[in-house]
Design a protein around this ligand. Sequence first.
Ligand code: NAD
Length: 257
Amino acid sequence: MTAMLLAGKVALVTGGARGIGAATARLLAGEGARVAVADRREDEGDAVVDALNVARPGSAVFVPLDVTSEESWRSAIDATELAFGLISVLVNNAGIIRVAPLEQMTLDNFRKVIDTNLIGTFLGLKYGAESLKRAGGGSIVNFSSVQGMEGRQGFTAYSASKFGIRGLTKSAAIELGPHNIRVNAVVPGPTKTKMIERPGWADEDYDRMYGKYPLGRMANPEEVARMVLFLASDQSSFCTGGDYLVDGGTLAGKPRE
Ligand code: NAD
């Protein structure tokens, strides 16, 4: 039998209640990690945790977290350490999107996106790094996006936040490398979650929208989570400060005509 990739590790996954975060929590737990599912959606987070604990009793706990609040970060990290011990894998996955033409983008919405995506990741690095240092090192995985590599109409706030996360990732990788902490960014393309659901759209509408890209479809959350697992585990032991595309070729070049 092959050894599990994260046996004995403790992971905290922000935004773990749904979408890519929930898929990541499942995959990390399946590879032997004890996982703190950290989110502001308690009911959905509890459901993810319950399912994990049925599969492997004692492998998961729900931790309430609003990534924009310093106080909330301190409590979430304390709660995780109390439940499982020092953290060695931190996944800063929580994120939101607001799309609007520049002139109609409200300051409030612009700030909300920056606050959740960019400042939320900064606070995760700031407070999470302490636990990882005491654990003797580990891996932090941040979430950028293809819109963190190129702009898109209506995406000013989201794109600014996701470009920012890549800068944050590289600077943190330089600072935390000497503490044996690797910091990388995942760059997902369109992924089938609530975040990109459009009211009234059927599967054919999404197929039409994404059909012009090389793989011609959206990702499933598990396909993105597999990259997180690689970066979280020792399989990526010489990778830090990098951007890791899981985009179905979205960024390869111009879409098919
Ligand atoms: P989702 O909307 O399905 O899930 C996001 C999760 O984050 C939710 O559980 C939500 O409650 C949580 N969250 C939001 N704000 C929070 C806060 N302040 N504190 C704590 N938790 C909070 O989204 P998803 O598609 O699973 O996205 C996960 C990550 O992947 C995000 O960072 C997103 O920007 C990125 N991403 C998604 C796509 C995509 O197409 N779905 C593409 C590229 C990047």
